[in-house]
Design a protein around this ligand. Structure first.
Ligand code: NDP
Length: 454
């Protein structure tokens, strides 16, 4: 006789929850997965996947222009936004079906509804109670919008991916991942885009040279960046929205996108009732095994606010299942997780920024900026940046940074090198592939001069 209805109850059918549940099922566990929205979660339904499809769609505009330099004549190219959104919706419906099948094939039971913890072993879904020996919280995050007058007039990345018409004039609030990615999409498809950022450069937390380079490239694309500014209110008159900045500037637009960060989905989940501790940012507190303050309750992915990236959540899910259901304890290594921002041009990094590395290491910096080969004929004024941060003492490469076409594809390979502890000498001993942009990463010979002491 089982003491509980299930071996595992997972709250949230996003990337992390699905991976953990499928693997637990594969190892023989009886699993229930509870989802209140679409199966697939943020990444597949409201984030990475649809966003990347729109980024790919937006890139064609520049490609058509660039083709002229290579002898092409492309007359009458027009973009049909509703057609792109319809194609995207169709693909997401297909993917949702794939995710449902994955759960079914793993023997997991999908329960659609909102799950709330009643106690440390009991989950209530619409008045029905089920019990689980272990409970996994994988409820992800949700857009956080500052509380200003007119906040209800803004939309978020959730809705931006489903707009039935492209706003001709857009205001985007924030300078993080989501802000620069959507700025690129809308600008490339013809919208007037205003980006309102508190700092002088986009992408706080990234390497300073990367931030400065991308900020310049976005401006070259015609994105109007309002630096050192914030939005104090939004007013709506008819179909027009007016964003007022803290210096009094008023920007009129057809839509205002709030890309001001995301917060963990921990509200009204019954966490306090079950004794699960959350931190000051409302994230579930976990140890290295994704265990919460309650022994049989675990949490992973964005709801824990560790590294908020899909592949990290997926790996946390895999390791959780290995540890709890396959007698194979595995702890996650958070070092050298590569990431990308699908701005135009794209950014990708692995390892430490120069600023962070300097806090603990004596470093050598190698940096190059060049015009990509394509643009020698296309005439486009766009430059690629590549940068290596190297430990002077050990010669180990601590960080690789790139802004430019294909940056995510290139950095993924370098992430393997960093995971293996590659040195600059090993980078130098690697023969480049010619002619590529990537070869610059193995041909940077001379360090740049260190910054002048203040
Ligand atoms: P980010 O944390 O990246 O950026 C938030 C932006 O909003 C920052 O520019 C921040 O400014 C600004 N901001 C926050 N609060 C305020 C405020 N009160 N007033 C004015 N400005 C404010 O969040 P995103 O929403 O862009 O993305 C959320 C997360 O989603 C990311 O951290 C990432 O983990 C994930 N993501 C990953 C992607 C990828 O891997 N390609 C793509 C999209 C999202 P400041 O810098 O001054 O603090």
């Amino acid at each position: 006789m089982r003491r509980f209805d299930y071996d595992l109850i997972t709250l949230g059918a996003g990337s992390g929850g699905v991976r953990a549940s499928r693997m637990a099922g594969k190892y023989g566990a009886k699993v229930a997965v509870i989802e209140s929205s679409r199966v697939g979660g943020t990444c597949v339904m409201r984030g990475c996947v649809p966003k990347k499809l729109l980024v790919i769609g937006a890139h064609f505009g520049d490609a058509f222009e660039d083709a002229r330099g290579f002898g092409w004549t492309i007359d009458g190219a027009r973009h049909d936004w509703p057609a792109m959104i319809a194609a995207k919706i169709k693909e997401l419906n297909r993917l949702e079906g794939v995710y449902r099948n994955l759960l079914r094939n793993a023997g997991n039971q999908l329960i659609e509804g909102r799950g709330v913890l009643a106690d440390r072993h009991t989950v209530e879904i619409g008045g029905k109670r089920i019990t689980g020996e272990k409970i996994l919280i994988a409820t992800g995050g949700w857009p956080a919008i500052p509380d200003i007058p007119g906040r209800e007039h803004m939309f978020t990345s959730n809705e931006a991916l489903d707009l039935m018409h492209r706003p001709e004039r857009m205001v985007i609030w924030g300078g993080g991942y989501i802000a620069v990615e959507f700025a690129g999409i809308f600008r490339a498809l013809g919208s007037e885009v205003h980006l309102v950022i508190r700092a002088d450069h986009v992408l706080r937390g990234f390497d300073g040279d990367v931030r400065a380079h991308l900020t310049t490239e976005l401006e070259k694309k015609g994105i109007r960046i309002h630096k050192g500014r914030t939005i104090t209110k939004i007013a709506k008159a008819g179909a027009t929205y007016t964003a007022t900045l803290d210096d009094g500037t008023a920007i009129s637009a057809d839509g205002v996108l709030a890309a001001t960060g995301r917060a963990p989905n921990t509200a009204k989940l019954g966490l306090a009732e079950a004794g699960v501790a959350i931190n000051g940012k409302s994230a579930v507190v976990v140890d290295g095994w994704s265990r919460t303050s309650v022994e049989n309750i675990f949490a992973l992915g964005d709801v824990t606010d560790r590294i908020n990236l899909t592949p990290v959540a997926i790996n946390e899910g895999r390791l959780f299942a290995e540890t709890q259901f396959n007698k194979n304890p595995m702890e996650m290594d958070y070092a050298n997780v590569a990431s990308a921002v699908f701005s135009q041009p794209a950014v990708s990094v692995v390892g430490l920024s120069e600023e962070n590395a300097r806090k603990t290491h004596d470093v050598l910096i190698f940096c190059t900026s060049f015009r990509p080969m394509k643009h020698t004929l296309s005439g486009r004024d766009e430059r690629t940046l590549m940068k290596l941060v190297v430990d002077r003492k050990t010669d180990r490469v601590l960080g690789c940074h790139m802004v430019g076409d294909d940056a995510p594809e290139i950095i993924q390979g370098l992430a393997v090198a960093l995971k293996c502890g590659a040195t600059k000498a090993q980078f130098d001993a690697t023969i480049g592939i010619h002619p590529t942009a990537a070869e610059e990463f193995v041909t940077m010979r001379d360090p740049v001069a260190p910054p002048a002491k203040a």
